[in-house]
Design a protein around this ligand. Structure first.
Ligand code: NYM
Ligand code: MG
Length: 253
């Protein structure tokens, strides 16, 4: 090959390498910018799993909605979920049972409530990992408290199907005296909505709250909506900051 041709080939190799490096540097810059952008839009870590539990009429749903709004307004991505989620096929079976349109064995409905949580786990994990905090109206604690309030059901049997669910980073228990709850309005026509049953449910919740492996925070639900909200928001912000760099835990494991 003539010297001239060799020079040309060398030059071609040189320019192609240059363009490869330029491309590589450009890709790196785009990648870094993407990370910076997603970090500035939301926190780099995962979202927190925040659960609100409590007796009926304690104000869980109102507080869940207010919390999600406040978190979003302060730049923390958040979404609300509720259990039972009556929109799925399993949720519809549960809903028909609660509305007394169908009868199911106590064991069957207990397992359906748990299955309703498990079917939403992939969606929950995906959102938490994207940095979205989930504010959940009832979770496995309602599952255990309500079924174990029925005769013949141990706490342990009731907990088993929910072992391994994503572990909440915070469980806010809205505590309200049964008398105060009954003054807040009549119970509807759904199953479990009687003062006697709710009193037993409350005792089961009290038992579950003794578990030191969970971050239980008991809130006095007799306070005004705004006072309650302020307290819930403070606890939630702390939990969100703590959860950021921690892996998602497993419940009751
Ligand atoms: N409930 C709720 C259960 O019995 N087991 C569960 O696992 C859950 C999540 O369903 N009385 C009961 C508690 C309520 C009822 O809940 C319906 P809501 O939040 O009123 O839709
Ligand atoms: Mg209800």
């Amino acid at each position: 090959m003539s010297t001239w041709l060799k020079k040309c080939a060398g030059l071609k190799l040189f320019t192609s390498r240059c363009s490869y490096f330029a491309q590589h540097i450009k890709q790196q810059a785009v990648h870094q910018a993407g990370i910076l952008l997603s970090c500035s839009k939301m926190s780099c870590g995962r979202g927190a799993l925040i659960v609100l539990e409590g007796v009926d009429k304690a104000g869980k749903t109102t507080q869940c909605k207010k919390l999600v709004q406040a978190l979003i307004a302060s730049g923390r991505p958040a979404e609300m979920m509720r259990f039972p989620d009556r929109t799925t096929k399993i949720g519809q079976l549960i809903s028909a049972y609660l509305e007394k349109k169908s009868n199911l064995e106590d064991q069957t409905v207990h397992l359906l409530f748990s299955a309703n949580r498990w079917e939403l786990v992939p969606e929950m994990r995906e959102k938490l990992e994207r940095g979205i905090s989930l504010v959940v109206d009832r979770y496995a604690f309602s599952g255990v408290a309500f079924t174990s309030a029925k005769p013949g059901f141990s706490l342990e049997w009731c907990m088993n199907p929910d072992v391994g669910l994503p572990k909440p980073d915070l469980v806010l228990f809205l505590q309200l005296h049964p008398t105060a709850a009954s003054q807040r309005g009549q119970f509807g026509a759904e199953r479990y909505e009687t003062s006697d049953f709710q009193r037993v449910v409350m005792q089961r919740f009290e038992h579950l709250m003794k578990d030191p492996s969970l971050n239980w925070q008991v809130i006095d639900a007799a306070k005004s909506i705004e006072e309650l909200h302020a307290e819930i928001k403070t606890h939630s912000e702390t939990a969100i900051a703590m959860a950021e760099n921690q892996p998602i835990g497993e419940l009751w494991k």
